[in-house]
Design a protein around this ligand. Structure first.
Ligand code: CA
Length: 267
């Protein structure tokens, strides 16, 4: 009798294990992990505003030079939702968009994790510098999304172009080992004929890998369905938004102060 019970037990165990096996081999497991974090965010690290201000103060000359002559705008956003905001600097490169440089505090030191300006990445990036970078038309292009189950995450539609090309790239933010991390959801680059005003060719990537138009369209649709816009609006300080900021070092430090004052913690 005892042996029969043992066999029944083993049988149930095998069934249970095979059930688990089936579950892990299913489509849920093979798809990418869901983005975002659930629940309230941790408290911000005290002193973050002073740390970023001290970094900009110390590196004013190099930052200005590597931002094509001047930092055109400043903002703070908790892009990886770890409670403490990251520093967002906009360069004054002349193009259809503003180039974005992102800084996080890692082990007590401000470090560049993403830079549209190559020079900024070279000067202030380290082991955490992402190969991905962001160009935006507005600071408000950074959007806080929320899924039905409460998970939240930031994303941005990075975009730029010129006479003969344009691109769009959806970039999603997360925190890995306490550092702001960027992930390319999808990317489309179109070559245009400025004379005829027509699209000549297009290339796509999905999740960083080369893809065809159908896979791109599917990724775009999935990203749209992943979550709803939370309505959180980024507030930054820009050279053109307030003439009293003024140029130069004092102007940049005033913009930092205004951006700190305008920062709204995410509940
Ligand atoms: Ca953060």
């Amino acid at each position: 009798m005892r042996r029969i019970i043992a066999w029944i037990f083993i049988g149930l165990l095998v069934l249970g294990l095979s059930g688990c096996g089936a579950a892990t081999a299913g489509p849920e497991a093979s798809s990418a992990p869901l983005p975002g974090v659930a629940g309230p965010l941790p408290e911000a690290d005290p002193g973050w505003a002073e740390e970023y201000a001290a970094f900009v103060e110390k590196n004013y000359a190099a930052l200005s030079e590597s931002c094509y002559g001047a930092v055109a705008g400043v903002g703070f956003l908790d892009l990886d939702l770890d409670g403490t905001p990251e520093l967002v600097l906009f360069d004054s490169g002349a193009s259809a968009s503003m180039g974005v440089q992102l800084f996080d505090i890692v082990d007590g030191a401000v470090t560049c994790v993403s830079a549209s300006s190559v020079a900024v990445g070279q000067l202030f990036g380290g082991e955490h510098l992402s190969p991905l970078y962001v160009d935006t038309v507005y600071f408000e292009d950074f959007r806080l999304l929320q899924a039905e189950d409460g998970r939240r995450w930031f994303q941005v539609l990075s975009r730029n172009g010129a006479e003969n090309f344009y691109y769009n790239e959806l970039i999603r933010f997360s925190s890995q080992d306490g550092v702001l991390t960027l992930e390319s959801v999808y990317y489309k680059r179109v070559v245009t004929d400025p004379v005829a005003g027509e699209e000549v060719s297009a290339t796509y990537t999905v999740g960083g890998a080369s893809a065809d138009e159908a896979a791109f369209a599917q990724a775009e649709k999935a990203a749209l369905a992943a979550g709803e816009d939370s309505g959180y609006e980024a507030v930054g300080a820009f050279l053109w938004s307030d003439k009293t900021f003024g140029d130069g070092y004092n102007g940049l430090m005033r913009m930092i102060q205004a951006a700190v004052a305008g920062y709204a913690p995410i509940e």
